[in-house]
Unconditional design. Structure first.
Length: 190
């Protein structure tokens, strides 16, 4: 494949076939002597009109140069797309790693909370279950036992909050992955 420096050398060779006072010569001179990207070179060369009037050998070389320039642009865009895709993939992997680390930390925290609360769980298991049928049968001891059970239930709600946070994080992760996949597909088919 040709490089932009090869394109400039080829343009310089055919530049001698044109009148220095005419627009074609000036455009080619600008492309040859200015640092331009391949896309900018193509845009400058597209300003040249009347290519069909050139001698056949000059016309073929000019068309060949333009086609080679287009190939360079396509290759550059593919390389840029691949670079962006690799960057997106790297960012996604980093995000997944961070979420997994956070999940592991939450799991460890939950395990430590459960082990700290093992003594209260044993007390709950050993305490008698009281079934209440009407308000008159309640005495002060039953009210105290029920209040302890309610306090222990609040710890369970913390665990449920952690589970709901994990579910929300999972939902956000799935949404983020979906958005990235859609962006990659858009870039692929663009």
């Amino acid at each position: 494949m040709n490089s932009t420096s090869d394109i400039k050398r080829r343009l310089a060779k055919i530049q001698g076939n044109f009148n220095p006072e005419k627009n074609t010569y000036k455009v080619i001179d600008h492309v040859v002597n200015t640092k331009l990207s391949s896309f900018e070179m193509l845009m400058e060369l597209s300003k040249i009109r009347g290519v069909s009037k050139y001698p056949n050998d000059v016309k073929r070389e000019y068309i060949s140069i333009v086609n080679d320039l287009k190939e360079i642009i396509v290759a550059e865009r593919k390389a840029e797309h691949k670079r962006k895709q690799e960057e997106s993939t790297r960012q996604l992997k980093d995000l997944i790693d961070r979420l997994e680390r956070r999940k592991d930390l939450q799991t460890e925290k939950l395990k430590s909370v459960v082990t700290e609360d093992d003594s209260s769980v044993e007390v709950l298991e050993e305490s008698p279950k009281i079934e209440l049928y009407n308000k008159e049968d309640l005495d002060s001891d039953a009210i105290q036992i029920n209040s302890k059970v309610v306090e222990d239930d609040s710890d369970d709600s913390d665990i449920e909050d952690t589970d709901s946070k994990s579910k929300i994080n999972l939902f956000l992760l799935i949404g983020l992955i979906t958005i990235i996949v859609i962006n990659v597909l858009i870039l692929l088919f663009y």
